[in-house]
Design a protein around this ligand. Structure first.
Ligand code: DGY
Length: 323
């Protein structure tokens, strides 16, 4: 019997995913889950492995990639985003990199709606008041938020997740505006109104939801100048990546009232959260829960394994090759 390929898991995965991995691979379990392995520890964990399964939090830097043992042929990330992996370094080493698109679209779009509603309707503040036993009763002026129904939603990045958010927002009678690198077919985006630039889009947004990837071009995309283009009292939603916003600018806009509220599921330098967000009552903060449902996390794991299986078990091209 031929030996199974060795798969190093850099994170602890859902039970069903680990069980399937163990069926087909000689699995090296993650020694720790959080804080996620990085640097020399990640390199050491990959020693003797044919494949490495990572996730956001594992910083797969150029240094890590250069130091990986030659036996590693493929890095599969348990995520759609791959900003934690230095793709140029992977390309230079001839490594295959795969991700898990599609399967987390609905869960992430659901969380974007939760962030939108949670921020607009002050759900975090209300929940904290209830838990603290500080509610003294209904009052006509208590915790008045921003109405969501019927408002204008601007979506930056009209990919799978952006479109899934638009679909949900239409159930709230929202008018959808979007910005993307190109105007998309009506068959794909329906009646959503296209704006060629973020600057064109923002004046039309009572709510703005970010769904673009983290790239050098989108770093601090939502900066002070762009936030100032929003109508006063707009609500910002970020379920993409923390780096897409300029934290200082967002916090200043939350303080001034330029932003009525922000619903944030992602942060620069996770798990660190800029203390300014915690200090602001008009933020609704979640710990990167976008894809965190049992169904979705299983699907992500199976999709990552499908990609690994293609490369390591069948010698084929993986379905979700990034590099
Ligand atoms: C991803 O897959 O990139 C998500 O951020 C994880 O929820």
């Amino acid at each position: 019997m031929t030996a199974k390929p060795v798969l190093a898991l850099a994170r602890t995965l859902p039970d069903d995913v680990e069980a399937r991995a163990a069926r087909d691979y000689d699995v090296r379990a993650a020694p720790v889950d959080t804080p996620a392995l990085g640097g020399e520890a990640l390199v050491a964990h990959a020693d003797g492995a044919d494949g490495l399964l990572v996730a956001p939090g594992n910083a797969v830097t150029a240094e890590v990639i250069q130091a990986l043992p030659d036996c590693v042929r493929v890095i599969a990330t348990f995520s759609v985003g791959f900003d934690h992996i230095d793709l140029d370094a992977a390309r230079a080493r001839g490594l295959i990199v795969t991700n898990t698109p599609d399967v987390l679209t609905d869960a992430t779009a659901d969380i974007a709606m939760l962030c939108m509603l949670g921020a607009a309707r002050r759900a975090g503040e209300g929940e904290a008041m209830m838990r603290a036993g500080e509610w003294i009763g209904w009052a006509p002026t208590q915790m008045m938020g921003v109405q969501v129904t019927g408002k204008r939603l601007g979506i930056i990045g009209m990919g799978r997740i952006g479109r899934a958010v638009a679909k949900r927002a239409r159930a709230f009678d929202m008018t959808i505006h979007y910005q993307d690198s190109k105007k998309l077919d009506t068959a794909v985006v329906g009646d959503a109104i296209y704006h060629a630039t973020v600057e064109d889009l923002l004046p039309h947004c009572d709510f703005v939801s970010l769904h673009c990837p983290a790239t050098p071009e989108t770093t601090k995309l939502m900066n002070a100048e762009r936030l100032a283009l929003l109508p006063k009292g707009a609500v910002l939603v970020n379920t993409a990546r923390g780096t897409v916003v300029d934290d200082e600018a967002v916090i200043a806009a939350l303080k001034s009232g330029q932003l009525a509220a922000a619903g944030l599921d992602v942060f620069t330098g996770e798990p660190n959260v800029h203390p300014g967000y915690r200090d602001q009552p008009n933020t609704f903060l979640l710990p990167h829960l976008g894809s965190a449902t049992i169904e979705t996390r299983n699907a992500m794991g199976f999709r990552a394994l499908d990609n690994l299986d293609a490369v390591l078990l069948r010698g084929e091209a993986p379905g979700d090759r990034v590099v």
